[in-house]
Design a protein around this ligand. Structure first.
Ligand code: PEP
Ligand code: MG
Length: 756
């Protein structure tokens, strides 16, 4: 049973559009349940109706024609109750509504279950039988399981239908082309999607239209020939080792490579305009579909041979594709999971936006996008990535929406938004050179978050008073090995020198969690609770000491270095880290370097550090609250998980209270506190941070002038009053709208969009 279900879901997941996905569902479910009819009705959002979208058993001409209002018929009943309806004689039921087009008068037994996605009934899955009898409990549970599993796949395929041109009868439900994700980096852009993918994953390869079909065919033939040669060489090598019957496997591979059903159909697909990797993926998926239907396990597993051949050909094709990367003038990087190296592949002048199926506002790619000043939308779970290459997109990094192939109306609306946005930005540019001081004379230092050398010029131009968080892992992430001491020293020197005499806070390596290094893989079930940040540094003092020495050497003569430790969760970790830092300092002094001891601080980003903030503050020079992780750990909401992203908000009352506690503890020891998580760059949140008495804020350069506008317009007293009002509020939505109202009233309504 589980196996049957798994196979069905696999098939649906690789369907290229809604029509294909639904056809598979109705055919297979009808078979599995042994029903006479299986149909799917989907919600037509614009008309508030359920439309028959696919059927196996009713008359095909009814598809697209049969429509029921939300309260109408048995379908309406299932949808309204959001639970199954199981009847032995449907026509006898008071809600039954007969549609002559369907030919359904002969069917009596009826079982309908809702298809629910993100709490909404997006459709109804129905099976029917001729005889008058209830569907048994097994059928009921099976249908419920299928519907639950398929909800996401249907939503996904529905979204793809919107762009891959399903027939007219299907267009009716495609009134909503915007897909919802999470705001990742602010801004709105129009650009062309370039779908990127991890090289090992065949299914992630997008379709891509090519102009030069001949060149593509030649590349494909060359790749196939190279694989043939490799297989011949393998066969030769194993000739004496393998018994003849096993040796015959190589002949099978070679035959497959010469067959029409593999190579021939792929060539046809290329001739039809797809690029070779996309055509090859389609052929492999077609084979997977056929093999998946086979009952025999041995035969079913043979599909792995086809995948293997596919991977081999693909790897030759990929070498060519990598040698000739092509990007649009306004490229939006799109992927299941956009990674830092993917962004690094695109020439900076061509990159205009980022759209990722996975991840959220605090994923490191979103942070990187903010550093690069390009809008990002994260966690667009229903994005039909495979069909998006070359398609025009609007990415709205404020609301977290993506519009695929926007029509003129939407495009005009967004052009207006973009120009409003530009007008506000231009207006605020005048603040760059002005001090970050409240109307009652409090100075709140504004620093920049960065991790890229290319970001130094914008940082300097932004009027930032220093760097409040330099994420050292970025230079580690884009290399093939750990950078050496000299290499690191050069990087840190450029940063310290560019900013001097302004302070720079270099954070020690914070890998693990969602930041892995290609050459230092960490595989864990719970990476955010595992080997991460300071825990790795302490377990590998050789890596930590090299980094600390590089930082200190880079600071000679500048004296603007501050070192910050990530993920400290207890005093012992701080104690051990300080011991290593002093060891490195002593060694460098012995080497004769003229060094001043840098200031050392810790990040408060896990709940245990909140409760020990006093003990930590006593031992260091400053505290910096990392609200990205603190929110994730305090609320138990994975910062990268789009499914729970709605629950992730740093304005949650618990986060605010935890931060207050940190500020109070630091005060006892007269140590300054800053905030360097994304919350610091949120103008609404900045009011509260000001009210708490935070000393400095560190944020993406793109947020600086907006936050400065808030600081220059709200007195600390008023901010403290607002904070005390917020402290009696019990939920995050009330807090957010109260703060937005406050911004509006203070004449800063233009900033409201920039919040979460
Ligand atoms: C944080 O956790 O708030 C933070 C600034 O660190 P990072 O986002 O790099 O984990
Ligand atoms: Mg962190």
């Amino acid at each position: 049973m589980l196996d049957t279900l798994r196979r069905l879901i696999q098939e649906v997941n690789v369907a290229r559009n809604l029509e294909q996905a639904l056809a598979i569902i109705v055919e297979r479910v009808k078979q599995i349940i042994n029903a006479d009819v299986c149909s799917v009705y989907l919600a037509d959002v614009s008309n508030e109706q359920y439309v028959l979208m696919a059927t196996n058993g009713l008359l095909p001409q009814a598809v697209g024609q049969v429509r029921l209002n939300r309260n109408e018929g048995l379908i309406g009943l299932v949808a309204r109750r959001a639970e199954q309806v199981n009847l032995d004689d449907a026509p006898a039921h008071a809600h039954y509504r007969y549609f002559p087009d369907t030919g359904e008068e002969k069917f009596h037994a009826f079982l309908g279950v809702p298809i629910i996605h993100h709490r909404n009934v997006v459709g109804v899955l129905v099976v029917q039988r001729k005889q008058r009898s209830h569907f048994d409990e097994d059928s009921e549970t099976l249908l419920i399981t299928v519907a639950a599993q398929l909800a996401g796949a249907i939503a996904h395929a529905e979204a793809s239908g919107g762009i891959s041109g399903i027939d007219d009868s299907m267009q009716a439900i495609d009134g909503h082309r915007s897909l919802l994700g999470q705001p990742g980096a602010p801004g709105v852009i129009i650009g062309t999607a370039r779908v990127m993918y991890p090289y090992a994953d065949i299914h992630a390869i997008p379709d891509r239209q090519v102009d030069n079909v001949t060149a593509e065919l030649i590349a494909f033939d060359q790749a196939v020939n190279s694989v043939k040669k490799d297989i011949a060489a393998m066969a030769e090598r194993l000739h004496d080792v393998l018994p003849p019957e096993e040796h015959a496997l190589f002949d099978v591979y070679t035959l497959m490579l010469e067959s029409n059903s593999f190579t021939g159909v792929t060539r046809n697909r290329i001739e039809a305009g797809n690029w070779a990797p996309g055509a090859l993926r389609q052929t492999i998926e077609e084979h997977e579909h056929v093999f998946n239907q086979m009952e025999d396990n041995y035969l079913r597993e043979r599909v792995e041979d086809i995948r293997d051949l596919g991977r081999r050909i693909f790897s030759y094709l990929q070498d060519k594709a990598q040698a000739e990367p092509h990007f649009y003038d306004r490229t939006v990087v799109v992927a299941e999971e956009v990674t830092a190296p993917m962004l690094a592949e695109v020439p900076p002048d061509k990159l205009v936006g980022v759209v990722s199926v996975r991840g959220s506002r605090t994923s490191h790619v979103a942070i990187l996008a903010r550093a690069l000043g390009v809008p990002a939308v994260m966690g667009v779970a229903d994005l039909p990535v495979g069909g998006l290459d070359g398609v025009e997109l609007i990415a709205d990094g404020y609301s977290g929406r993506v519009f695929v192939a926007p029509n003129d109306l939407i495009r005009q609306e967004f052009e207006r938004l973009t120009s409003d946005e530009k007008a506000l930005t231009d207006e605020l540019q005048g603040l760059k050179g002005l001090p970050s001081v409240t109307p009652d004379g409090e100075h709140i230092a504004l620093y920049a978050n960065t991790g890229l050398l290319s970001d130094l010029a914008p940082t300097l131009a932004s009027g930032a008073e220093g760097i409040g968080l330099y994420r050292t892992e970025f230079p580690f992430m884009i290399r093939q090995r750990f950078p050496g001491e000299d290499e690191q020293c050069n990087i840190y020197r450029s940063v310290l020198e560019a900013l001097a005499p302004r302070p720079v806070i270099l954070r020690t390596l914070d890998i693990g969690g969602d930041k892995s290094l290609p050459y230092f893989p960490i595989k864990e079930d719970n990476p955010f609770l595992g080997w991460r940040g300071i825990r790795i540094s302490l377990d590998h003092p050789e890596i930590f000491l090299v980094q600390i020495r590089a930082m200190m050497r880079a600071s000679v003569g500048l004296d603007n270095l501050n070192i910050m430790l990530p993920m400290i969760s207890d005093v012992a970790e701080l104690h051990d880290s300080l011991a290593l830092i002093h060891q490195a300092y002593g060694e460098l002094l012995e080497d004769g370097l003229e060094l001043t001891m840098p200031r050392v601080g810790v990040m408060i980003e896990v709940p245990s550090a909140v409760y020990q903030a006093g003990s930590l503050a006593r031992r260091v020079d400053f505290l910096s609250i990392g609200t990205n992780d603190l929110t994730q750990y305090l609320l138990a909401v994975d910062r990268n998980n789009a499914r729970v992203a709605e629950l992730y908000d740093s304005l949650h009352p618990s986060v605010i209270r935890a931060m207050l506690q940190v500020v109070d503890s630091a005060r006892v020891h007269s140590k300054p506190v800053s905030v360097c998580g994304e919350m610091a760059g949120d103008p609404a949140a900045a009011i509260l941070l000001l009210g708490m008495g935070i000393d400095s804020l560190s944020m993406s350069v793109s947020s600086l002038v907006r936050v400065k506008w808030v600081i220059r317009n709200i007195t600390r007293d008023l901010a403290a009053e607002i904070l005390s009002e917020v402290l009696v509020m019990e939920d995050v939505h009330t807090i957010r709208s109260f703060l937005n109202d406050t911004l509006e009233k203070a004449g800063m309504g233009g900033l409201v969009r920039a919040g979460k």
